[in-house]
Design a protein around this ligand. Structure first.
Ligand code: 4UW
Length: 521
């Protein structure tokens, strides 16, 4: 049985391990800042920030946003918000002002915490919106007209008389966004119960307080948020944060700090397996590498394992909607291409997507999931929630099979989602943007395979009769409006019509097959 505990109980767990140092390191453009917090620092500072939130008038259920690259203070915000009963929503730090505006409006957040570099994007997003009702912009550092985060950390703590402990199964702890199986990004309501359950499910992995973890994957995405940042709390490890990937800094952080566990995505594993720079660094302290968010081929996994001499290459599978972990290839690992077995207290079934019939071992179908980590639902989207969770089962939109030993293999995606380097690129979002172009009358976006990035977004565009726009114009139009990771790196093709079903649904499979055929010609 999963216990009904909330974040308050987690804080108590931190207190128990607070003698252990959490060493955090942040790098800025010009080198290391070397900021360090111990666990006791994290608790005392978080509670002060929570008190400051209370003094600002934020009440349980209010939403605050973090729009930032990785830094150690991220953890303070998450814990402070939880202690004050607030919900934290997060978004990609590469968002354009338009993308940010949608997120701020949709999540109805009352405050945003951002970096000096991103303040102008926030101001642009707020400035063009009548519905964004931010009470304040808080900044890590200093920026004109914004409240420095340091003033919250310096609060006297008096307004927080007790750590919030509401209803663990109802209260939303975090609100990351995901497009799910279809459509635009939606707020994924993950309760205290969801997150704490998943952290407890993750304790099947033996971490040690002497483990040193790399925090390079973004803390705004569910993988970095839960599997990396929150899980250090349950494990008592140290974390070394990095705001972005730069080959030399990435490698020297791994080697100088004798990192023992690195949570990565397939493109970073490809880098470690192939890049010549790797030879110049001593990575012998790494005992464990995690991979998730996108498929990792067996050959690449073995190549990286062999080159680095890593004992364990662990794959994890899950979705934002499942907090995220559903499967883990827990050591000893016998099936290298697999995402492993189900984590405790979780059930799965594979069904035929056409008939809903439950399939047996080695039969491929849609993976459905049940467990305490399954989201409460999508914010303000009951119909999208009902579409994804039916009879208590979450329909993942992924195609998978399992073998006789209960090891699962993710083989394809049924849903329309594209993943560029593990980041979500919802085709519906790009299609909605493309159709606003005066020369475009119809369009469709699909993902095409790419060795380095996993997938690249590619657009098929039908132009108006008198239009003279070319592929390049479409590329530039998209480039000007979206975050860099959503650009049409897979190209643009001008076509005379978009294949659609009788009900008007885009037949993406036909476009994918036609792209494959073209390659083979
Ligand atoms: N293999 C193939 C995989 C895999 C995968 C995810 O952006 P989201 O919503 O969420 C994530 C979650 C990442 C994650 C989960 C559990 C875990 O242990 C871990 O680290 C070790 C990371 O990215 O995207 C969800 C979609 O991403 C694909 C799949 O299509 C899923 O529906 N996906 N993990 N190992 N595909």
């Amino acid at each position: 049985m999963m216990m009904m505990i909330g974040w308050g109980s987690l804080l108590l767990m931190i207190m128990m391990i607070m003698i252990v140092m959490v060493v955090v390191l942040v790098m800025k453009e010009n080198g290391l800042t070397g900021v360090k917090y111990s666990y006791s620092d994290v608790i005392s500072k978080s509670l002060k920030v929570a008190s400051a939130f209370k003094k600002s008038g934020y009440k349980p259920g209010d939403v605050i946003a973090v729009f930032s690259t990785n830094n150690p203070e991220y953890l303070l915000v998450y814990i402070a918000a939880a202690a004050a009963g607030l919900t934290t929503t997060t978004m990609n730090s590469a968002y354009s002002a338009n993308e940010l505006k949608f997120h701020l409006e949709n999540s109805e957040c009352c405050a945003i915490i951002t970096t000096e570099e991103l303040v102008s994007t926030v101001k642009e997003a707020v400035g063009t919106s009548e519905t964004v009702k931010l009470k304040e912009i808080i900044v890590f550092g200093n920026s004109h007209g914004c409240r420095p985060f340091s003033t919250l950390v310096e609060d006297d703590g008096t307004a927080l008389t007790e750590v919030y402990s509401g209803n663990a199964k109802e209260d939303v702890l975090v609100l990351p966004y995901s497009s799910g199986t279809t459509g635009l990004p939606k707020g994924v309501m993950l309760t205290h119960h969801n997150i704490v359950s998943n952290l407890l499910q993750l304790t099947i992995l033996d971490f040690d307080t002497s483990d040193r973890i790399l925090g390079i994957l973004p803390f705004y995405h569910i993988y970095g948020m839960v599997c990396i940042l929150f899980s250090i709390i349950t494990n008592g490890c140290s974390i070394y944060t990095l705001p972005k990937f730069e080959p030399e800094i990435f490698l020297s952080t791994l080697s100088k700090n004798r990192i023992t566990c690195a949570h990565l995505v397939p493109p970073l594993i490809l880098f470690l397996a192939k890049h010549p720079l790797v030879e110049d660094h001593d990575l012998s302290a790494i005992r464990r590498i995690f991979s998730g968010a996108a498929p990792l081929g067996k050959e690449l996994l073995l190549e990286c394992k062999e080159r680095l001499g890593v004992q364990e290459m662990i794959q994890g599978y899950g979705l934002t909607e499942t907090s995220p972990v559903v499967h883990l290839s827990v050591p000893p690992i016998r099936h290298e291409g697999s995402v492993g077995t189900l984590v405790p207290n979780t059930a799965a079934k594979i069904i035929d997507p056409e008939t809903n019939e439950i399939l047996g071992p080695m039969q491929t179908g849609e993976l459905c999931i049940k467990g305490p980590q399954v989201m409460k639902g999508y914010l303000h989207r009951p119909e999208a929630t009902a579409d994804m969770i039916r009879d208590g089962w979450l329909y993942s939109g992924d195609l998978a099979h399992y073998d006789e030993d209960g090891h699962f293999y993710i083989t394809d995606r049924l849903k329309e989602l594209i993943k560029y380097k593990g980041f979500q690129v919802p085709p519906a979002e790009l299609e909605a943007l493309l159709i606003t172009h005066p020369d475009i009358k119809d369009c469709a976006v699909i993902g095409i395979p790419d060795e380095k990035a996993g997938e690249l977004p590619r657009a098929y565009v039908v132009t108006n009769d008198k239009s003279t726009i070319r592929e390049e114009d479409v590329l530039n139009f998209v480039k000007a409006n979206v975050a860099p990771y959503k650009q049409l790196r897979g190209g643009v093709e001008l076509v005379s019509e978009i294949p659609k079903s009788a009900a008007g649904k885009i037949l993406r499979r036909i476009l994918r097959d036609s792209y494959k055929n073209k390659l083979n010609d």
